[in-house]
Each structure stands twice: as structure tokens, then as C-alpha cells.
Design a protein around this ligand. Structure first.
Ligand code: HEC
Length: 265
């Protein structure tokens, strides 16, 4: 009993009204701040998904009507993409500058061109998701108006592919004029039996043309998509794929882009 009194006395003795008020206020303040934060994350989360109408990439890229995606064309395009025989010196393939080991880029400030020692004027971007270049706010991509290159100078993957094949600094070199080079390239590919078979499976017959080469490579590129990033999984409904900070950060980032002048974003 004596002990109890002592404690009560002790409490009474130590009681400081100002401190009590301060502690209570700071407790409520902390709860209030947490509430505001959670509310703003809720708000950000909602605006992230609904207001911006932003979502995951589709798992398949759209293809132009004159070049539908088929497994046979993907197989041919993949082989061509990695094959250095598409260059005049038989040493440079598309993958030399767009290597899977470097996320389909090359990690250099400027790529090593052709002949040895020549550098490209710009650096090689990744070609992952290049099939979605030009995607609009509703998630639609027109494969015939899909801008390629840093300056958007090609308007489809097929058109783009023609450039490195015929660029003197990349795969063509400068020994032959363009028409003679195209003829020699088509002959070189035709001379390989495996290609004749793959071309006849992918197209109506085994004829090798530079247009068919670009169509097959573009088809393979349309399979190089990354639909499993945390963002994609989250926007497809896996609520645990991103945490509150990531969602808040994403929302702030997108809000920023919305208010930025178009040239800056
Ligand atoms: C010697 C290096 C090199 C080779 C070989 C090469 N590229 Fe590139 N690629 C580049 C560079 C550099 C750019 C950027 C050039 C520019 O924007 O002017 C580029 C850009 C691209 C782009 C545009 C991507 C985008 O998002 O804008 C695609 C697609 C592409 N290359 C595919 C290919 C294909 C297909 C081949 C083979 C036929 C190929 N490249 C061969 C260096 C190379």
C-alpha cells in the first residue's frame, strides 16, 4: 500500500502540464501527418491509374497489314538479326550494336562502325519495345507510323532496318554502289541452303530480297518487348508489384510530365 502511494506521489510530483500538452499534441500531429501521407498516396495511386489512363504494354506488338507476325518469320528474322553475313565484311550483325547482353544496345557512347575504327554519329538505343515507338495515350501504336531513330527519321521497323543494312558506316561499307551491293547481299543469303528453306517457310517462296530481309527482322523485333516490369505487373492488377513510394514517385513523375512544355518531356 505504501508503495502504491509512493508511485502516485511520484507521478503527481513529476507531472508537468506543459510537457503533457506538448506530448499529446505531437502524438496527434504524427497521426495527422501519417493520415495525410496515406491519403495522398491513395490519391496519387488513384490518379496514377485512372486519371492518366496509363497502363502496361500489350504482350504483343502490332504489325502492319502487309507484314503479319508468324512464328516462321520470327525464326528467320532472329537468325538474320544475329548473322554477320548481312554486312559487307561478314563481321557486323545487328546484334553487334544491339546485343542481348547489353539489353539490346551496346553500352558505348558511339557504336563501332564499318570499316574498323569508324564510329557512328550517335549512340545505339536499345531496341527493346521499339515496336511501341509512337504509342499514344490510349495505348495504340500504328506500326506504319512508328518513329524510329533519335530524330524519328524512319517511320516503321521495316524502313528503319533498311538504313543500317545500306549505311556505309554500319553494314554496307563503301566498296560497291547501293544497287550492286543489294544484289550481292541477296545472292549471298540465297547461296545458303538453310536460308532458302527458312525464306520459303516464312514467305510464299524461297526468293531472297532485301525487302523480305527487313520484313523478317522487323517481325523478330516486334517480339522484343518487356511486359513483366513491376510497373506492367502492377497496372495489370498485381497490387504488390509496386510499393507506396514507387506508386507515389511514378505519379509525381507523370504529373510533372503533364505540366512540362512538350519539348522538355
Ligand atoms: C554499327 C552499329 C549498328 C548496327 C550494326 C546496327 N545498328 Fe541499329 N542503331 C545504331 C545506332 C547508332 C542507332 C541510332 C542512330 C540514330 O538515331 O541516328 C540505331 C538505331 C536503331 C533503331 C532505332 C530504335 C529507336 O527506338 O529509335 C533500331 C530499331 C535499330 N537500330 C535496329 C537495327 C537493326 C535491325 C540492325 C540490323 C539490320 C541494326 N540496327 C544494326 C547502331 C547500329
Amino acid at each position: 500500500m505504501a508503495c502504491k502511494v509512493k508511485i502516485v506521489e511520484g507521478r503527481i510530483h513529476n507531472f508537468k502540464p506543459q510537457l503533457f500538452v506538448m506530448k499529446t499534441i505531437s502524438k496527434y500531429l504524427a497521426v495527422f501527418v501519417l493520415l495525410i501521407l496515406s491519403q495522398s498516396f491513395n490519391f496519387l495511386e488513384n490518379s496514377f491509374i485512372s486519371s492518366f489512363n496509363i497502363g502496361a504494354l500489350t504482350k504483343e506488338a502490332p504489325a502492319p497489314s502487309n507484314n503479319p507476325i508468324t512464328p516462321e518469320k520470327v525464326e528467320l528474322g532472329k537468325k538474320l538479326f544475329f548473322d554477320p553475313i548481312l554486312s559487307a565484311n561478314n563481321k557486323i550483325s545487328c546484334a553487334s550494336c544491339h546485343s542481348p547482353a547489353k539489353r539490346f544496345a551496346d553500352g558505348l557512347d558511339r557504336s563501332n562502325g564499318f570499316p574498323k575504327g569508324i564510329k557512328t554519329l550517335r549512340n545505339a538505343p536499345t531496341i527493346l519495345n521499339a515496336a511501341f515507338n509512337g504509342i499514344d495515350i490510349d495505348g495504340n501504336t500504328d506500326p506504319e507510323k512508328s518513329p524510329q531513330f533519335w530524330d524519328n527519321r524512319a517511320l516503321s521497323l521495316e524502313d528503319q532496318c533498311m538504313e543500317p543494312l545500306l549505311s556505309t558506316a554500319e553494314m554496307k561499307g563503301n566498296e560497291l554502289p547501293e544497287s550492286a551491293y543489294i544484289e550481292s547481299l541477296e545472292k549471298k543469303v540465297t547461296s545458303i541452303e538453310e536460308y532458302r528453306e527458312l525464306f520459303s517457310k516464312a514467305f510464299s517462296d524461297s526468293t531472297v530480297t532485301i525487302e523480305r530481309i527487313t520484313k523478317a527482322i522487323a517481325t523478330y523485333e516486334r517480339t522484343l518487348i518487356t511486359p513483366i516490369a513491376p510497373f506492367d505487373r502492377y497496372t495489370r492488377g498485381d497490387v504488390n508489384a509496386m510499393n507506396a513510394l514507387q506508386i507515389g514517385g511514378g505519379s509525381i513523375y507523370i504529373n510533372w510530365l503533364r505540366w512540362m512544355p512538350p519539348r522538355l518531356c
